[in-house]
Design a protein around this ligand. Sequence first.
Ligand code: ATP
Length: 339
Amino acid sequence: MTLLDVRDLTVTYPGGAAAVRGVDLRLDAGRKLGLAGESGCGKSTLALALLRLLPAGTRITGEVLLDGEDVLTMKWGRVRAVRWAGASVVFQGAMHSLNAVHRIGDQIAEPILLHRKATPAGAKKRTGELLEQVGLPAARANAYPHELSGGQRQRVMIAMALACDPRLIIADEPTTALDVMIQAQILRLIEQLVADQDLGLIMISHDLAVLADTCDRLAVMYAGRVVEEGPARQVYEDARHPYARALSAAFPRIGDPASRFAPQGLAGDPPDPAALPSGCTFHPRCPVALESCSEEDPALREAGPERRAACVLVGPSAQEPCETREDPDALEEARPSSP
Ligand SMILES: Nc1ncnc2c1ncn2[C@@H]1O[C@H](COP(=O)(O)OP(=O)(O)OP(=O)(O)O)[C@@H](O)[C@H]1O
């Protein structure tokens, strides 16, 4: 069953630049979608827009259907209810997201008291259960954030996100700033909770390898748009869009020593949303750009079974690469194979 259906979502910050441009996404209950892309490509903006958590004056257009109900046209009272019971967010950086002067038990209990109309005793009991669910003793409810390790604080953030039994969890870089061992534990915990409770998960990361390991499907964003989308492993191991390919090549692969010692970086930076290049926004950095790429901005098109990519070199009507390209090896290397 479709849990989340995002249609033509565009987000424009006050001042005029669109950080998310015409994004379509779908997520079924019990499934896990990864959102990848370099810093500034619009991942967090997209996630926050789903729950209308953006600064006042931000313009959000399109549709965000959560269980068939459009979050973007709901009254604010309903949005507040949906924020905890429909979908909740695990933010990056638990130390900044938790209130330093309140015990963590009180912070977890707050949404339960507010949205579940629980009694103080009921909220306390539920808080203990939630802490145990995320692998912490119930007695840790009395601790202050600074008394916990980074991994424990992130577990608290996850407990808080689960407080009102949401159907969808949005995890924005949930393991950034944690060491590798703790990162793996937190990822496994999220996977297990999602499976046990049949939740939907949207996980945001710049790390394609982590997403490929955790998620069913993967969407790669560039300059506010999804440029490739498909089964997570396939997108990671055999990306079709040149940007997704470059992003994937930037991460070492377990079991592939060559990639470990020669990760391929991508020169340059993503464009400023206020000054996007003409045509395909990736063309100035693209190793296989054609002359026409500075004029044509391709829509997402079929790139194999259950796969889509937004590149003129992809799909049945793929254009031929330009023969005057200076580096034919780079072309061969990066050219997406036909589905
Ligand atoms: N409050 C804001 N006002 C104006 N522009 C913003 C605001 N927040 C983000 N932006 C801009 O929107 C674009 C997308 O930012 P966003 O944080 O969504 O990207 P991201 O992919 O999540 O990056 P990161 O991984 O660094 O969080 C960037 O150009 C950013 O500068």
